[in-house]
Design a protein. Structure first.
Length: 214
């Protein structure tokens, strides 16, 4: 009752309203925090149906998230239940991806997409029994929890597109990177992250760090 966690689809009309009220000479900063793909894995049925396993005994396309949770809570771990959980997670990812696409289309319709600087990332991944009984997140630093997407679209003319950087980076690098790209006034103190702007030119440079934990 105190906190409303918006669903992915709620952001689309909100963003449309903000864009419609944007003045011709105004700048815009949007921070959109999508709860999905996160528990509860409960996107619309049409997205669940994309990942349904016709051979499974449980009708995952019917949105039986609670039935899966109860079974797992009773220790009834079977390959079908594991697969059903992963399929619900995958359908949640597809639901967020769909709504991100709608927001990007809003930018295109208003002629703002080409000049926009867009960052898409996540704060954690999700574990699904890759390492014994570890599930969800916050319990380990294995790859499935620690490795997340970091995708940046630069404004037109700022650099190449389609560049893949394999060097080690962290979400703490986003702030100094945007600070450098946008020529923002940054804090006087030293930031924990480092700017990744030099990698966006496609140059093969030495990684800004060798390890995250020493």
């Amino acid at each position: 009752d105190l906190v409303h966690m918006p669903e992915a689809s709620e952001y689309v009309p909100e963003v449309a309203g903000v864009l419609d009220g944007l003045g011709e000479d105004e700048s815009l900063f949007l921070y959109l925090h999508f709860l999905e793909p996160h528990t509860p894995y409960d996107p619309p049925r049409s997205f669940k149906e994309r990942f349904v396993d016709q051979g499974a005994p449980v009708p995952y396309a019917e949105g039986d998230r609670e039935r899966i949770r109860r079974a797992l809570g009773r220790g009834e771990l079977t390959p079908q239940l594991q697969g059903g959980t992963i399929r619900l997670y995958d359908s949640n990812i597809a639901w967020v991806d769909h709504n991100l696409g709608l927001i990007f289309e809003l930018l295109r319709e208003r002629g703002l997409h080409e000049e926009a600087l867009i960052v898409v990332t996540s704060d954690h991944g999700e574990a699904f029994w890759q390492h014994e009984d570890i599930t969800s997140h916050g319990r380990s630093l294995f790859e499935e929890e620690a490795r997340v997407p970091l995708v940046m679209k630069l404004p037109e003319g700022w650099g190449p597109s389609g560049v893949v950087v394999e060097e080690l980076a962290s979400n703490i690098d986003i702030l100094p990177t945007l600070g450098e790209l946008l020529k923002l006034s940054m804090p006087d103190r030293e930031l924990d992250g480092v700017s990744l702007a030099r990698f966006l030119g496609g140059d093969e440079l030495t990684a800004p760090r060798a390890d995250l934990f020493m």
